[in-house]
Design a protein. Structure first.
Length: 165
C-alpha cells in the first residue's frame, strides 16, 4: 500500500528537518555491488643474489632501474612501462621450485626482434611444453616464449595486443 499524499508530505518535511534521519536512511538502504577498477602496479620476486638478478633484468629485458623510495638496501626496482614495475627483494633463502605457471609476463609488439636479442646474448628460451628455442602459438593466435632469470624465475614474453603508451 502506498503512503497517502499527507503521509508523503510529512515524510518530506521530516527529512528536510532531520538530516540525521536522512543519513541513517541512506546508510541502511541496500548497498549496490562495488565495481573495482584495477591497474597493474608491480610484480615482486624474492631473490638471493640481488646484483646478478637485477643486472639480468637490466641487460636482457632492458628494464630501467629506479630508486627504492626508502630502503635502498635489499631492493632493486625497475620500470616495466608507465607506472608498472618489477620489484626484486633480496632474501637469504628463496624456495627453488620449477613453477612455470608462476611467472612474470611481458608483452611486446615485436617478438621476433626480442628473440634475436636473446640469441645474441645466448639466453635460452623455451615454449610452454619445454622445448628449447621454440615458440608456442596459443589458440588465440598469441605467440609466447619462456625464459628464466639467474635464479630460475620464469618470465613469459608474448605478442598479445595491448594498448601501448
Amino acid at each position: 500500500m502506498f503512503p497517502s499524499l499527507d503521509q508523503t508530505t510529512r515524510l518530506k518535511k521530516c527529512f528536510v528537518r532531520c538530516p540525521l534521519l536522512l543519513l541513517l536512511f541512506a546508510l541502511t538502504a541496500p548497498l549496490s555491488a562495488q565495481e573495482f577498477s584495477f591497474t597493474y602496479d608491480h610484480f615482486a620476486l624474492e631473490v638471493s643474489d640481488l646484483k646478478d638478478v637485477g643486472d639480468y633484468y637490466a641487460r636482457v629485458l632492458k628494464l630501467r632501474e629506479i630508486p627504492h623510495p626508502s630502503e635502498p638496501e635489499g631492493f632493486r626496482w625497475f620500470v616495466i612501462q608507465g607506472n608498472t614495475q618489477l620489484h626484486l627483494i633480496r632474501k637469504d633463502t628463496v624456495p627453488e621450485e620449477n613453477r612455470k605457471s608462476e611467472h612474470l609476463c611481458l608483452s611486446t609488439s615485436d617478438l621476433k626482434t626480442f628473440i634475436s636479442h636473446l640469441e645474441k646474448l645466448e639466453i635460452p628460451y623455451w615454449d610452454w611444453p619445454g622445448t628449447p628455442g621454440e615458440i608456442t602459438l596459443r589458440a588465440d593466435g598469441v605467440q609466447q616464449i619462456y625464459l628464466k632469470d639467474p635464479e630460475s624465475n620464469w618470465i613469459e614474453i608474448n605478442d598479445a595486443p595491448h594498448h601501448r603508451e
